[in-house]
Design a protein around this ligand. Structure first.
Ligand code: DC
Length: 702
């Protein structure tokens, strides 16, 4: 049987890769990192560092290539051109903020929708206390925010949550600014930064103290030695395959090689042992200050038993709770997870995501503020699950779906790329191996029916990218273009007009052009069918923009079109269909680009940042809760907004957004480099200030 064994490797550790990239960028000399993770998170961090003038080589290549970072010293970063978009990476944004706190420059940090919900006060608080200046540009407490760094003072920080990101941000700020720092955490959190610092000549002392775990860096050195390191396999990625092996019961045939087994990360192993899954670490060794070993799923399979985890155990297995919950669904008895409230502010609200999905596939779950109670079952588990754009939720349910008796469909499996590119292919490979080796005869208890042939293999899907086939023409030099896109009623017009007024820029309302075309076509033929529109029909409308100082009006067939006519109900109901036509979009393209004249233009619409002005210096994507958008629309019309009206209008708006987002040409999508502003709780003044703040920050840093 031995010869039939399978050894796999998982990608490099995400936490370590992120830290190595940022610290390498602060070192004196070239760092060499082997085995760096090429997931979406470190790639976003790498792009942000490149915008700060750091030369990074090899990150775009495959994982067997060395990454070289040309560090030029602690405070050598340049003012970034544009916004630093950390996409989905909470570690990236928090650690980079720490490092930026010591750089004498201003930068704007932003991220995607899920990052825009994660709390930032826990790092901005101590960094402000040290002397960095931080301004939230949207909602307080979340990205985007602007940070201006420089000289900092010493700090002793006592955190309420055990967070390696908070600790690391403070350590990075202290090292950068050359000031001593102390962090007292209620419980010990992962210590990868401390391990990396050891290799760079920085003394960090740590140990038990009254009130928790104390980490001290009393005297940071004047320079950091470059790093030479091998990133171990990510334990959190390995955990998915260990769990799969425990579920199918593949005895001692299965090994995950060269995994980081830093004790602040392997809290899942004792919990698995209590469930009856014996996973052993063999061939222990050290690389780059970190413990590494091969993980073997030892012994023959046995039925998994329920488990209780909580309190002090949670920080050491914080990223493994999703896969543990999935194992609990297949264990005998009721499992309890407590003290895990922190999971509510991860890439998704992981407790809610787990409870929702487990229930959907037929598992009994109770959800508490800080945990879950899960009743294991050996009944078939089938149905669709939602990833909530969270890589670990996607992979945890992917593992369950790859075990006998389960047929689980996962929406958006591509999100696994954040930490584990190639996850689905590897999962398919180990399944095939096991089906061959076990000869279809599973060796263990619950859930070990023959594999269902019907399981749909989730395929990674490239992120939706807008169709930008239209020719790209840069705006005339000297004119600063601010692109504001977003859903209907998210506050685009009000914000764009106010920003234009404040900055003395022109305001382009591109929606008015699409409305004018729709109106003109309807006037020419009330029974007009959108699909039959020709370029000649559009020429005949003779649409032009008339600038009244900085505000625009639309002219059609030689006359100014009144605002009320553009907003008429028949126009609103047809405009989505008309604006989806390539012939219409092409017809209006040059007209919009020609508006970029004078000191600046605030262009508002659906595809300003993606198609019309892809080089805009600032791109904003506005969104708000559908009910709030509906309320605003109704008030705008001067009507009163009762609850039923709001519901109905919200449904109409969502319908129009769905049509605008799903069309193949220039769909309503957020440009990759657009800053997401959720305006649900923002008044027009705050929205204007946020955008003006961004423009000034980006312009000032050029
Ligand atoms: O912003 P608005 O409601 O006036 O826009 C009217 C319609 O025009 C909207 O449903 C989508 C379309 N539109 C577009 O396709 N591209 C733009 N740049 C602006 C508007």
């Amino acid at each position: 049987m031995r010869s039939a064994g399978l050894s796999i490797r998982v990608p490099g550790d995400k936490s370590i890769t992120q830290r190595a990239l940022i610290l390498g960028a602060m070192a004196d000399g070239t760092s060499r990192i082997e085995g760096a993770l090429r997931g979406a998170d470190p790639l976003a961090t790498g792009r942000a560092l490149a915008r700060l003038g750091v030369e990074i080589d090899g990150l775009g290549a495959s994982e067997d290539q060395v990454v070289r970072i040309a560090g030029r010293g602690l405070r050598s970063w340049k003012s970034p051109k544009g916004i630093l978009d950390l996409e989905n990476s909470g570690t990236g944004v928090r650690l980079l903020a720490g490092a930026l706190a010591a750089q004498p420059l201003t930068a704007v940090l932003a991220g995607d929708e899920s990052l825009s919900r994660r709390p930032m006060d826990r790092i901005t608080g101590p960094l402000r206390e040290m002397g960095a200046s931080i301004r939230y540009l949207g909602r307080p407490g979340v990205v985007p925010f602007q940070i201006t760094g420089g000289d900092l003072s010493e700090i002793r920080h006592e955190g309420r949550v055990a967070s390696a990101q908070v600790k690391s941000a403070i350590l990075f700020a202290g090292v950068g600014a050359g000031v001593g720092v102390e962090v007292l955490e209620p419980r010990r959190s992962r210590d990868h930064s401390e391990r990396i610092f050891e290799g760079m000549g920085v003394d960090v002392a740590e140990g038990e103290a009254t009130g928790g775990w104390l980490v001290r860096m009393p005297e940071p050195p004047p320079r950091l030695s470059p790093l030479q390191m091998q990133v171990p396999g990510d334990f959190s990625s390995a955990a998915f395959f260990l769990a799969w092996a425990a579920l199918v019961g593949c005895g001692d045939l299965f090994t995950v090689e060269a995994v980081g087994v830093n004790p602040t990360r392997t809290g899942l192993l004792p919990a698995l042992a209590r469930m009856g899954a014996d996973i052993r670490v063999v061939g222990r060794r050290r690389t780059g200050g970190e413990a590494v070993g091969d993980l073997v799923v030892a012994g023959d399979s046995s039925v998994l038993g329920a488990v209780e985890v909580g309190g002090d155990e949670i920080p050491g297995m914080i990223d493994e709770v999703p896969i543990l919950a999935v194992l609990a669904a297949r264990a005998e008895g009721v499992s309890r997870i407590s003290g895990a409230g922190e999971l509510r502010v991860k890439e998704s609200d992981r407790l809610a995501a787990l409870a929702t999905n487990l229930r959907r596939i037929g598992v009994r779950v109770e959800e508490f503020d800080d945990g879950l109670e899960i009743e294991g079952t050996d009944a078939p588990l089938t149905g669709p699950v939602e990833t909530f754009h969270d890589h670990r939720i996607a992979m945890a349910f992917g593992v369950l779906g790859a075990t006998p008796g389960c047929d689980i469909r996962i929406d958006g499996p591509g999100v696994a790329d954040v930490s584990f590119p190639g996850f689905w292919d590897l999962l398919a490979r180990v399944r095939t191996w096991w089906e061959t080796v076990s000869d279809g005869t599973p060796r263990r208890g619950p859930g070990t029916r023959r594999p269902t042939s019907g399981m749909r293999e989730p395929r990674p899907r490239a992120r939706d990218t807008p169709d930008t086939r239209m020719p790209v023409v840069a705006a005339p030099t000297g004119c600063t273009v601010v692109a504001i896109d977003g859903s209907a009623g998210s506050g685009k017009s009000t914000t764009a007009a106010a920003v234009a007024g404040q900055l003395g820029y022109r305001h382009l309302d591109s929606g008015a052009l699409y409305r004018a075309v729709t109106l003109g076509l309807l006037d020419a033929d009330p029974g007009m069918v959108a699909g039959t529109v020709t370029p000649a029909d559009l020429e005949a409308l003779d649409i032009a923009i008339e600038w009244d100082d900085r505000a625009m009006a639309v002219r059609m067939r030689g006359a100014r079109v009144p605002e009320e006519a553009l907003r008429a109900a028949r126009v609103t109901s047809e405009v989505s269909a008309v604006s989806a036509l390539a012939v219409v979009r092409e017809h209006l393209l040059q007209l919009q680009r020609a508006a970029a004249e004078g000191p600046g233009l605030v262009a508002e619409g659906r595809d300003m940042g993606t198609v019309v002005f892809p080089d805009a210096v600032v791109k904003i994507y506005l969104d708000a809760h559908p009910r709030e958008r509906a309320r605003r629309r109704i008030l705008q019309r001067g009507e009163s907004a009762d609850a039923a009206e709001i519901e109905e209008e919200a449904r109409r708006l969502e319908g129009r957004d769905a049509r605008d987002s799903s069309r193949s040409l220039a769909p309503l999508v957020r440009a990759g480099d657009a800053v997401l502003l959720d305006t649900t709780h923002m008044d027009p003044m705050a929205q204007m200030e946020a955008v003006v703040g961004l423009v000034r920050a980006v312009e000032g840093s050029h």
